[in-house]
Design a protein around this ligand. Structure first.
Ligand code: 0O2
Length: 275
């Protein structure tokens, strides 16, 4: 979720330039652009309100957890509104009509909210709390944790719809919520930077290394959650401390993590050396 901006209220020139760019800079279309610019600005504003609605929900959950419970599943929450330039570029790439209606009907990641959690189980916990809210409708769920992408990408994506109450109407706004662990987020940020640095043509040894790093990140997630569970059980008042099975499971998780990290490091160096 980078390279994105919120259009400023007075930034008409920027919006106009982006729309013209999206229309292929055809000077004959210049006269027709003004109403489109106005419609796009309005569209972007409603997406921003959609983000505000979802962020309020996340903030409420986070603050409530902070005050009432001893543990908070939400580490960090952020948002971004895709820039008009990115929207038009993606619309062109995917053959989406360059109209507010076309964009609204076929692009679901214009408004984005990202929630970072400590553990995988927290992701599903936050998901359940969100989808249980009656004014939030889930249109689609993409579970890239249960089914990671080929490059190693993991996250849980929810495409949701929230009502936004405007002065003269209620508009249902689509927002993409991405839920990740810290390790998944670390991986995705680096992969995203590399992807754009190489303009989508990433050298093979780097895609291989990223795939291996995704495995390490996944085992780190498992190990950290295992350790956390064992300590939580201890805090839960178990007088005898963690059971033998708990301790064994934690030890096995740590050993798996160390093995995965070692193998990954060796494979990465071998592949780099072999070109
Ligand atoms: P940015 O800069 O984050 O906004 P689709 O054609 O609908 O199947 P689409 O539209 O890519 O595919 O949807 P998907 O898979 O849900 O991806 C939407 C967003 O998820 C992306 O937005 C990224 O934020 C994130 N994402 C998905 N796949 C990857 C990946 O392989 N690596 C990383 N780092 N992020 C990913 P944008 O617009 O690509 O980027």
């Amino acid at each position: 979720m980078s390279g994105t901006t919120t259009p400023e209220a007075g930034d008409l020139a920027g919006v106009r330039a982006a729309v013209l760019e999206g229309l292929g800079k055809d000077p004959r279309l210049a006269g027709e652009v003004a109403p489109l610019v106005r419609d796009f600005r309005r569209l972007m504003m409603t997406y921003k309100f959609g983000i505000d609605e979802v962020m309020t929900k996340i903030t409420v959950l986070r603050d409530e957890f902070r005050h009432i419970h001893e543990y908070n599943p939400i580490e960090h929450a952020g948002s971004r509104l895709k820039s008009l330039e990115s929207i038009l570029a993606k619309a062109r790439r995917k053959g989406v009509p360059l109209t507010p209606e076309g964009v609204r009907a076929q692009m679901f990641d214009i408004a984005g909210v990202r929630v970072t959690c400590s553990f995988v189980s927290d992701i599903y916990r936050v998901r359940d709390m969100l989808v249980g809210q009656r004014d939030l409708t889930v249109l689609e769920e993409r579970d890239y944790i249960a089914h990671p992408k080929g490059n190693g990408y993991k996250s849980l994506h929810l495409i949701v719809q929230v009502p936004v109450f405007l002065s003269d109407r209620v508009e249902d706004v689509v927002v993409e919520i991405q839920l990740r662990t810290i390790a998944m987020d670390f991986w995705a940020s680096l992969e995203h930077k590399i992807y754009y640095k190489y303009e989508r043509e990433v050298p093979r040894h780097l895609t291989d290394a990223l795939k291996l790093a995704a495995d390490v990140a996944a085992t780190l997630d498992t190990t950290m959650e295992r350790i956390h569970d064992e300590v939580r059980d201890l805090d839960g008042g178990a007088e005898t401390g963690p059971s033998g099975a708990d301790t064994l499971a934690t030890r096995e998780a740590i050993e798996t993590f160390i093995r995965t990290a070692q193998v990954t490091d060796e494979v990465f160096h071998d592949r780099r050396r072999d070109g």
